[in-house]
Each structure stands twice: as structure tokens, then as C-alpha cells.
Design a protein around this ligand. Sequence first.
Ligand SMILES: [Zn+2]
Length: 219
Amino acid sequence: MSSQNPGCLGFLFRLFGGSESRLPDKLPYRIRDDFLSRAELSLYGVLRLAVGDQWVICPKVNLSDIFYVVGEEKQSWRNRIDRKHLDFLLCDAQTMQPVLGVELDDRSHARRDRQESDAFKDKVFRAAGLPLVRIQARANYSVTEISTLLRSAMSPTSQAANPPAPTPKTGTQAPSPGAPICPKCGVAMVVRASRKDGSRFYGCPNFPRCRHTAPLVRP
Ligand SMILES: [Zn+2]
């Protein structure tokens, strides 16, 4: 709002304020006591028992930390996810590659606005190929039941969710006529050179968000 049309106050702020030296001694930030709600904390405890050391549980992850946008109108699609959070993201403990989203559905999810938001979230996960499970809030959970639910949600795409082989450090991008299309992003790949041994290969221009590579075929 004010950033669109800063007006007089915005002008004065830029003129006299905004520098860190003018900040008050004690800033008005305090630690929240409800980082996780009671219901979230309860599910978190069960998730910890269910996943063991295999995965790491990240609570409250912004969707724009998980997903990136491909194709046209990037900013508009980014705006649709950048204030949305996932309750819990499970990542591979070694690579921290996301493997599964977990949403806790409490009573607020029965509201119409929440239902629309949930439906959108489901579509985002489906489009990106990251499985998402919804767990109904309960007073008690069975660890075995939750563990089975997580593993079965992961299994159909577990291959795709596996991290790709490590990509060599890349050099500068070069225009690549006749380059293959990245199957993940749908954009033409670029020729890159390995910093290690100078060998050339096709890499996705969205690197490091997308690490898809293809061998360079010589004529
Ligand atoms: Zn790509």
C-alpha cells in the first residue's frame, strides 16, 4: 500500500529516517510463546517418533522456500505462495532435499476460505510433484499409524524425490542453439563447463534451484 505511493511521509522517511543509526536502542521484537500451537506441538512429537533419524522435520516453512516458479508471469505466481506456510516439511536427513509435506487439519480448515486455500496448496504440491499428506488434529495419535501414512505417501514418488547425482560446479552460461529442454522446468538448457575438469554438459538455467543436467552430444 504505502510502498506503491509513499507520498509525503514516505519522502520524509527517506530524507530523515531509515538508517540503522537512527533505530531505538531496544527494538520492539519479542519471542512468541506460540511458535507452535498446542495441536502442532502434539503432532510434531508424534512425527519425531515416526520419522526417526531418516528425515528432518522443519516446522512452518514458507512455500516460496520450497518451490520456485517456471514459465511466464513468475512474479504473479510467486505472490500466490510467498505468504503461505506448510505446517511441516520432511527433508532427507543427508541432503535436506524436501520429500514430503505434512499439513495439520484442525477445525479452522472447515471454513470456506481455508478450504479454498487448502485446495490451492494441494494443487501447488501436485504440480511440483511433492507429496502432501493431511492429518486430522486429534487428542492422541498412533505412531505406527502416522509412520505408515508418511511412508505410503512417499512411496509412489520416492524415486523422483531422491536427490539427483551431485552436479559439478559450473562455469558461465553460454547460448546453446538446439539445446534440450529441461524436463522439470520446460526451458532450453545451456551449455556449461565443469570447473573441476572443464568437461562440457547441458545444465538448466534455473541452477541451483534445478540441478537437471544432460550430456552434451557432439556431432
Ligand atoms: Zn530445470
